[in-house]
Design a protein around this ligand. Structure first.
Ligand SMILES: [Zn+2]
Length: 319
């Protein structure tokens, strides 16, 4: 029993720092496959070969603390072997008098002989797997994070070393992701709602328009002024926030007008045709009829935030 306890606490220790969680995950992952596209836009699978720092010629025995993560280590690479001269992040080390970087931190920094390096990929890790998701896959991970503890890094420039700056998360409902070098706190319900909103808004507008608030007038007219106002009203409070940046990074435009209409009716409570019809009715009757209308037009095609609500209701019923 005592031995087992120690084993568990050792594992917990290894999972406390993001780089350690990532390195452990990679060792368990086997072949690391990235679903990506070739230069012609065809879907391809690419095997990504990263270096195990323990096999690196510059790895040496070192009894001390890691310069970057500050954890005790028995091995390390000298700082100048790990970082190039152009490295400017000298203030980010957690143990700045140390001379060495531990294997886990090295893993997230080194470039392999195949010229692959973790920093060039967005990545998700938990204790069992390291994933290099494309944007569509990352969208799924943000909506449905893996079993905690987990780490999520979004590589925007694909140049910066961000893995050791992140945080290990223990909750699927509120968690932090690194958006490039910015830690962004995600409340999953809020994120889901904003993502849905933006993906439907993208039916009529570009990501730049939604991000900047600088809209093409013709597109507003095509989309409908009232409809545009309803979306804009809900998006504008997020403008300039890192949460909107994360949403934009993974947002996939919806492609069907029917979906847009359903969303506007069910989520934004907009249904211009219905409003005109029911204007002479008492408000309660109009309300009922409107809900029926939504049900019959949109069927049981629930969007993600409706599914989330439904799942929660189910979970509540179970307890
Ligand atoms: Zn380290």
């Amino acid at each position: 029993m005592g031995w087992k306890k120690e084993g568990n606490s050792l594992e917990r220790e290894e999972q406390r720092m993001p780089t350690h969680l990532i390195y452990q995950a990679w060792k368990k992952t086997g072949r690391l496959i990235q679903n990506t596209k070739d230069s012609k836009g065809n879907d391809i699978q690419k095997e990504i070969k990263l270096v195990d720092p323990m096999t690196h010629k510059d790895m040496e025995e070192f009894d001390g603390y890691c310069y970057l993560c500050g954890e005790p280590t028995t091995h390390g690479m000298k700082l100048k072997k790990v970082f190039s001269n152009v490295f400017t992040d000298w203030n980010i080390g957690k143990y700045r008098t140390s001379t060495h970087v531990c294997p886990a931190c090295c893993f997230t920094i080194l470039t392999s002989p195949e010229r692959h390096a973790l920093r060039t990929f967005s990545n998700v890790a938990n204790k069992d797997n390291l994933y290099l998701p494309n944007r569509v896959e990352m969208r799924e991970f943000l909506l449905h994070p893996p079993e905690p503890p987990f780490v999520i890094n979004l590589a925007v420039s694909q140049k910066k070393h961000i893995a050791f700056k992140g945080e290990v998360n223990y909750s699927r409902d509120i968690f932090t992701v690194m958006y490039e070098e910015m830690p962004v706190l995600i409340d999953r319900k809020e994120f889901t709602r904003l993502l849905e909103l933006v993906e439907h808004f993208l039916y009529g507008f570009t990501k730049t328009e939604i991000t900047t608030g600088d809209y093409n007038q013709k597109r507003i007219l095509d989309f409908g002024i009232e409809e545009w106002e309803a979306f804009e009203e809900r998006v504008k409070k997020y403008r300039g926030s890192p949460l909107l940046d994360v949403v934009m990074f993974v947002a996939q435009k919806i492609e069907s007008e029917e979906k847009l209409q359903c969303y506007m009716a069910s989520e934004l409570k907009m249904n211009t045709l219905q409003q005109q019809h029911s204007s002479s009715m008492p408000s309660t009757a109009a309300g009922t009829e409107k809900e029926d209308q939504v049900g019959s037009t949109c069927g049981d095609k629930l969007n993600d935030s409706q599914k989330l609500v439904q799942n929660e209701q189910l979970q509540l019923e179970l307890f």
